[in-house]
Design a protein around this ligand. Structure first.
Ligand SMILES: Nc1ncnc2c1ncn2[C@@H]1O[C@H](COP(=O)(O)OP(=O)(O)OP(=O)(O)O)[C@@H](O)[C@H]1O
Length: 622
C-alpha cells in the first residue's frame, strides 16, 4: 500500500470514528414512545421515517411540550428541533375530543422566517401526518397567490406554517381564517425572524392572536371550542433557535409564560445526562426579570455556546483580493475532484454576486477554447465545463417558481453546487451537504454558525471554509470569542496540483499567490470569458458595485475589520473577472436597484419594512 493510500485510509478511519462519536453524543438512549408520544406516532417516526432514537434535544423538549408548558429551545443546528415541536402537537391533536375536523380551523401556527423553510417544515409535517389524515397541514407565505391561500384557509388547516408578513395579512384580511381554537404558536428560528426586520409584524401577530388568559376564558363559553387534552388546553408558545440574542429575549418576554429553557447550557446537559434545566426564578425577582434569557457569555466559551456541531471541520482560506475568484474556482474544483458525489453550498453577500458567479460557473470552460473550437463544440454539444457538476442559485429576487425549483432540485441531486445569499442560511436541511464555503464573510458570528450549520447535520461529517483577505484576518478573533476556532486551508498546495496549460513553466518557488502560474492563467481565462459576452460583463460590473456597497455595510465592531478604504478596488474588480475597476456604474446600478425595489413591491413584498442596509447586502433579505 502506498504512503498516500495509507494516509487516506487513516483519515477515513478517523472520520468514521469522529462521525460515530458525534452520533453517540447526539442521540438519547430512550425511545420516542418512552417520551409519552402516542404509539402510532412513535411508530411513524421509527418505522416509516427511519428515526431509531430521539436526539437529546427531542428527548429533553418533548415531555415538556407535551405537558403544555411554554418552552424555549436553544440547540445546535441540525439536531432535530422541527420534530421536537411537531410531534407533541400531532400527539395532542390525535387525542382530541371531538375528533379534529377541518371546520375547527387552525390549532397550531408555526412561524418561520423564509419561504424555503416554510416549505421544508410543511414537507416534514406531511410525512409525520401520514397516518393522521384528518389533521390537515398547510402553509401560507410571501410569493404565493393570496386568493388560493384564502380558499385553503376557508376549507380549514389544522397545522399552519407561515412566514410573518403573509400571516399578518391573512389575520387582518381573511375573514374565513378560523383561529379561535388556536392552542400552539411556534417561532422557529426566532432570532432570524427578528433580525430580518419582522419585529413589528411579530408583535402585531402576537396581539392579534390574543393572550393566554383570554383564551382560557373563552373556552367555557364557546360551544365550538375544542378541548385538546388536559395539558394543552391553554395556548402554548414555543421559541426555537440555534443562536440567541437580546432580540429573542424581548420576544420571549412578549410571548412566553413561565417558560422551561432547554439547551441553554447544552454542554452540561449532554455530558452529565442531567434532566433539562428550568429557568431559575429568584424569589424576589419581578415577573419581567424571570423572563430574561441569560445568553451564555462565559470567559472561555466552547463551541456549544453558539451551537456548532462538534464534528464539523472548520478552516479559513487566506487569499488576497485579486486572486479570490481563482481561489474559489480552484477550491471548488478540488472539492469535486476529491469526492465527485457530493454537495457544496457557497454563500455570497449579495444577490448580484450570486447571479454573476452562477452564470460564470454554468458556462465557463476549461481549458479555454478558440472561437472555431467553440463553434465546433456547440455543434457537437460537448462542452468542457470547468466544474463538472450542476450549479443552482438561490436568492430573494428570483421568481417564486424558480426559488422553489432550485430548492427542490438541489435537495434531490447527489452531486451539485448551490450558490446562495443568506436566504439559505437558516434552518434549511439539504441532505448530504459535505462542505459550506463562505466566499463573502458573514456579518455577526451568529450568521457564521447558521451558515456552517447547513452541513454536519444530525451527526454527519462536514467541512466549512471561510474566505478571508489578509486584511480581514482579525475576524478569526471575533469567531474565537464565540467558540469557533479555524485552521488554515493549504491553498498553495491545492493550486500546485493543477496541471498548467501548454508550455507554461512550473516555477519551483512561488513568491506570492498572484504570481502562481495557475492563478495567472486561470485569471486570464476568466477575464477573456467575461469580456467575450457583454451580458456577462454587465453581470460582473453589477456584482462589483453591490459587493463594494455590501462591504461598507458591516456593522458594529466588524466595521474596524472590514474597511472599504483598505480595499484596492482594482483588485476587487479582478475578483469579478474585470480587468479594471468599472467607472460610472454607480448611476445605472442605482437605477436598477430602484427598479428591483419597485418590482418587489408589485410582487407584494415589503422591502421598505425590512431593516435597511446599503449595497444589497443579503443578510436582511429573503
Ligand atoms: N431522531 C432523529 N433521528 C435521525 N434523524 C433525525 C431525527 N430527528 C430529526 N432528524 C433529521 O435531522 C435533520 C435535521 O433536523 P432539523 O432540520 O429539524 O434540525 P434543526 O435542529 O431544526 O436545525 P437548524 O437549527 O439548522 O434549523 C432532518 O433531516 C431530520 O429529518
Amino acid at each position: 500500500m502506498s504512503k498516500r493510500t495509507q494516509q487516506t485510509a487513516r483519515e477515513t478511519k478517523q472520520e468514521a470514528k469522529d462521525g460515530n462519536k458525534a452520533k453517540n453524543g447526539l442521540f438519547a438512549s430512550c425511545s420516542f414512545s418512552s417520551l409519552g408520544l402516542d404509539p402510532k406516532l412513535s411508530d411513524q417516526l421509527q418505522e416509516r421515517m427511519g428515526f431509531e432514537a430521539p436526539t437529546h434535544v427531542q428527548a429533553q423538549s418533548i415531555p415538556f411540550i407535551l405537558s403544555g408548558r411554554d418552552v424555549l429551545v436553544n440547540a445546535a443546528t441540525g439536531t432535530g428541533k422541527t420534530i421536537a415541536y411537531l410531534a407533541p402537537i400531532i400527539h395532542h391533536l390525535n387525542a382530541s375530543s371531538p375528533k379534529v375536523d377541518r371546520s375547527h380551523g387552525t390549532f397550531a401556527l408555526v412561524i418561520v422566517p423564509t419561504r424555503e423553510l416554510c416549505l421544508q417544515v410543511y414537507e416534514t409535517l406531511e410525512k409525520l401526518l401520514h397516518r393522521f389524515h384528518w389533521i390537515v397541514p398547510g402553509y401560507v407565505m410571501g410569493g404565493e397567490k393570496k386568493a388560493k391561500e384564502k380558499a385553503r384557509l376557508r376549507k380549514g388547516i389544522s397545522i399552519l406554517i407561515a412566514t410573518p408578513g403573509r400571516l399578518l395579512d391573512h389575520l387582518k384580511n381573511t375573514a374565513s381564517f378560523v383561529h379561535k381554537n388556536l392552542r400552539w404558536v411556534i417561532f422557529d428560528e426566532a432570532d432570524c425572524i427578528l433580525e430580518m426586520g419582522y419585529g413589528k409584524e411579530t408583535e402585531q401577530i402576537i396581539k392579534l392572536l390574543g393572550s393566554r388568559q383570554h383564551e382560557e376564558g373563552d373556552e367555557e363559553d364557546e360551544d365550538d371550542d375544542i378541548v385538546v387534552t388536559k395539558g394543552a388546553a391553554q395556548k402554548q408558545t414555543l421559541l426555537l433557535s440555534a443562536t440567541l440574542n437580546e432580540k429573542v429575549n424581548r420576544l420571549a418576554k412578549l410571548s412566553l409564560d413561565d417558560p422551561v429553557m432547554i439547551g441553554l447550557d447544552n454542554s452540561k446537559l449532554l455530558q452529565q445526562k442531567l434532566p433539562p434545566i428550568e429557568s431559575p426564578a429568584s424569589p424576589d425577582s419581578d415577573e419581567d426579570d424571570e423572563m430574561v434569557i441569560h445568553v451564555n457569555k462565559s470567559a472561555n466559551p466552547s463551541s456549544e455556546d453558539y451551537g456548532i456541531p462538534s464534528q464539523l471541520v472548520q478552516k479559513y482560506v487566506k487569499v488576497p483580493c485579486g486572486a479570490r475568484l481563482v481561489a474559489l474556482l480552484s477550491v471548488l474544483k478540488n472539492l469535486f475532484e476529491r469526492e465527485a458525489s457530493q454537495k457544496v453550498v457557497v454563500f455570497f453577500s449579495t444577490r448580484d454576486a450570486v447571479d454573476f458567479h452562477h452564470s460564470l460557473l454554468s458556462e465557463f470552460q476549461w481549458p479555454p477554447k478558440s472561437e472555431t473550437q467553440q463553434e465546433e463544440e456547440e455543434a457537437t454539444t460537448t462542452k468542457q465545463l470547468f466544474l463538472k457538476c450542476k450549479t443552482f442559485r438561490l436568492h430573494g429576487s428570483m421568481e417564486q417558481e424558480d426559488r422553489r425549483s432550485a430548492f427542490a432540485n438541489f435537495k434531490a441531486e447527489r452531486q451539485a453546487l448551490l450558490l446562495s445569499t443568506d436566504v439559505a442560511a437558516r434552518g434549511l436541511d439539504f441532505p448530504k451537504v459535505r462542505c459550506i464555503v463562505q466566499y463573502d464573510c458573514p456579518g455577526e458570528a451568529t450568521e457564521y454558525v447558521h451558515r456552517v450549520g447547513r452541513t454536519a447535520r444530525i451527526g454527519e461529517k462536514g467541512e466549512a471554509l471561510l474566505f478571508l483577505q489578509p486584511v480581514e484576518i482579525d475576524y478569526l478573533k471575533d469567531l474565537k470569542k464565540h467558540g469557533a476556532t479555524l485552521a488554515e486551508y493549504p491553498l498553495l498546495k491545492v493550486l500546485d496540483k493543477f496541471p498548467l496549460l501548454g508550455n507554461m513553466p512550473r516555477v519551483k518557488k512561488v513568491i506570492s499567490l498572484e504570481s502562481h502560474p495557475w492563478v495567472i492563467s486561470l485569471q486570464r481565462g476568466l477575464e477573456f470569458f467575461t469580456y467575450a459576452d457583454p451580458k456577462m460583463k454587465n453581470l460582473a460590473k453589477n456584482a462589483f458595485v453591490s459587493w463594494v456597497r455590501g462591504y461598507a455595510a458591516h456593522k458594529g465592531e466588524l466595521k474596524s475589520i472590514f474597511v472599504v478604504k483598505k480595499l484596492h478596488l482594482g483588485h476587487v474588480a479582478k475578483s469579478f473577472a474585470l480587468k479594471e475597476q468599472p467607472s460610472l456604474v454607480g448611476k445605472s446600478h442605482h437605477k436598477e436597484t430602484m427598479k428591483r425595489k419597485r418590482d418587489e413591491r408589485h410582487k407584494g413584498q415589503h422591502p421598505k419594512k425590512r431593516k435597511k442596509m446599503s449595497g444589497n447586502r443579503s443578510t436582511t433579505k429573503t
